[in-house]
Design a protein around this ligand. Structure first.
Ligand code: ATP
Ligand code: MG
Length: 429
């Protein structure tokens, strides 16, 4: 029996990988312009980190974690999300003592959640995320949201919706929590099993339930926005004001609570509104988490961040039909016929590769026509043709694949010739 990849995992094959690399490179450019620095944390952590940092009452901790005992009998968990690990690293490495504050970080990482696989939901998936630690300014919330939106826009996505909410501070949430318990208790028996236990543990998360979404009690539930105290309300107004200043459109949805326990004040999600995106439309989510660093044993540190799913980003690019640059093109394909020419070809391909020009050639002794076909299948921009007369004359016949124009170039000039053209200098001599 042949062995298959585990359920909920996907191979990324050549062709697809180039799209991922392109998306990563666009995003890396954005984070650079926003002055965020990369952090890489381990793939696994002590289980306790997520129990404390993500929260015992969340779906992630209750049913989605890949948890196992290692040979030293420690409970280990494959990271299901990035924030808790980044905050752990921030605390452990005393990054609160760094001279530049706040600390602005980003990561690209694979995450693991034991979920029911479906389109846009896998068990191993990838996230790009950012975290800002050490600032409690609403302008930071707006900056982080702006960064996420900028990534999508630079990649050419148009059908985006930014949904915003405030969960307020501790006091506001405590009052709201009471109101929610009062509101939902009469309906308790009609709610799903999870929501019945959420009612005591964390009633806010009832609003995030996918099963009870249509229940009438959801529509009539009290709004967090009516329970924000004055400072929380001001904070939220400021965030919206900064988004307005940067001309970032948003809608406020008082039911947006997000799945994790650690959020306060700002919560946001970015959805795709493209036709045919499917049932799962959330591309990214994030918010402010001022209590998290303390929860994992560090000093009180305000934090703000988001994570975007990479699989869903790629889906959005496909659904919106975004034209990507030709990603797997090579600069030059070397075609040769005759024994002496084959040797020149090996030398030339190597010279090109060593000098910053991507190149390939045929080693199978195929006919000239088949070699030319190979060149176009590899999306070569130029073909260098070497036959007997080229060997004798120490020249190379260079064909530009876009125009079909051919030119005989002296062997010693080939690097300069190709470099000039590859840098966009065609026809400018
Ligand atoms: P959902 O409501 O879709 O389960 P979530 O609230 O669990 O999302 P977050 O933990 O906020 O998601 O993760 C941020 C982003 O990571 C999501 O918006 C999504 O794009 C992506 N993501 C989350 N879980 C998965 C998964 N199992 N497979 C693929 N992408 C995922
Ligand atoms: Mg989830």
């Amino acid at each position: 029996m042949s062995i298959k990849a585990p359920r909920g995992t996907e191979d990324l094959l050549p062709g697809q990988v180039e799209i991922w690399q392109y998306a990563e490179s666009v995003i890396k450019d954005v984070v650079k312009h926003f002055n965020y620095k990369e952090i890489r944390t381990p793939i696994f952590e002590h289980t306790e980190l997520f129990q404390r940092g993500v929260g015992d009452s969340t779906d992630i901790v209750q049913k989605e974690m890949y948890t196992f005992k290692d040979r030293g009998d420690r409970s280990i968990t494959l990271r299901p999300e990035g924030t808790a690990a980044v905050v752990r690293a921030y605390v452990e490495n005393k990054m609160y003592g760094l001279p530049t504050q706040p600390v602005k970080l980003f990561y690209f990482a694979e995450m693991f959640r034991y979920e029911r696989p479906q389109h846009g939901r896998t068990r191993q998936f990838h996230q790009f995320g950012v975290e800002v630690l050490g600032s409690n300014q609403p302008a930071i919330d707006a900056e982080v949201i702006n960064l996420a939106m900028t990534c999508y826009e630079k990649l050419g996505l148009k059908s985006l919706k930014l949904v915003l909410n405030s969960l307020g501070d501790q006091e506001s949430r405590t009052n709201y929590r009471k109101a929610l318990i009062e509101h939902f208790t009469p309906y308790k028996n009609e709610l799903c099993h999870d929501c019945q236990s959420r009612l005591e543990q964390n009633p806010l998360r009832i609003l995030d339930c996918k099963k009870d979404r249509e229940h009438q009690a959801m529509q009539t539930a009290p709004s967090i926005l009516d329970y924000l105290n004055e400072s929380s309300r001001t904070y939220f107004e400021d965030v919206k004001h900064y988004l307005d200043l940067m001309e970032i459109p948003y809608v406020v949805d008082a039911n947006l609570v997000r799945g994790l326990d650690y959020y306060n004040h700002t919560a946001f999600e970015i959805m795709s509104e493209a036709d045919g995106f499917g049932a799962i439309t959330t591309l990214a989510g994030g918010g402010r988490y001022n209590g998290l660093a303390e929860d994992v044993g560090g000093p009180e540190t305000p934090g703000m961040g988001f994570a975007m799913g990479f699989e869903r980003l790629i889906m959005a690019l496909q659904v919106e039909g975004v034209q990507l640059p030709l990603l797997d093109a090579i600069d030059c394909y070397v075609v040769s016929f005759g024994e002496a020419a084959n040797e020149s070809a090996i030398r030339l391909t190597n010279t090109l590769r060593q000098n910053g020009i991507s190149a390939d050639q045929d080693y199978e002794g195929r006919k000239m026509k088949a070699q030319m076909k190979s060149a176009s299948r590899n999306h070569a921009k130029y073909v260098c043709i070497i036959g007997e007369s080229e060997v004798e004359e120490k020249t190379v016949m260079v064909k530009a694949m876009d125009t079909g124009e051919q030119e005989s170039v002296r062997e010693q000039d080939i690097l300069t010739y190709l470099r000039k053209r590859l840098n966009g200098g065609i026809g400018n001599e």
